[in-house]
Write a protein that binds this ligand. Sequence first.
Ligand SMILES: [Zn+2]
Ligand SMILES: [Zn+2]
Ligand SMILES: [Zn+2]
Length: 143
Amino acid sequence: MSDRCNFPQLLALNGLRPTPVRLAVLEILGLADRALRAGEILESLRIRRRVNKVTVYRILDDFTARGILRRINLDDRAAHYELACEHHPPHPHFQCLSCREVQCLDPVPLSRMWAEIQGPLGNRADRIDIRVAGHCHKCREQE
Ligand SMILES: [Zn+2]
Ligand SMILES: [Zn+2]
Ligand SMILES: [Zn+2]
């Protein structure tokens, strides 16, 4: 999925220098199969290098404003982040009410629905948020 992403090129397209921390943030999100909290991204970064928390949060805000990342606001206070490049089109999410993990679901059904839910002619839908809440398979196994 993310192996088609070219992160140095993605940064260059957005007029950003490919600093080690910016690249590491994108790599961590590229390897994840689910959306990550800022705190989780920070933890993964700290395994690799010394980073300043403020720097990382600023990068996440900047990437989100530029459309490099998608910020997913769920019931949780903590926002989740994921890549928003062409390889990662909008898709529904499943959030587990026990462990709060956010799974990414298949984007295919959304593209079919897209045309249907724009509303009156002339509207342009820029984003759709579909969230399914429940209990994930891992938590259900422990029940
Ligand atoms: Zn990509
Ligand atoms: Zn769970
Ligand atoms: Zn997702």
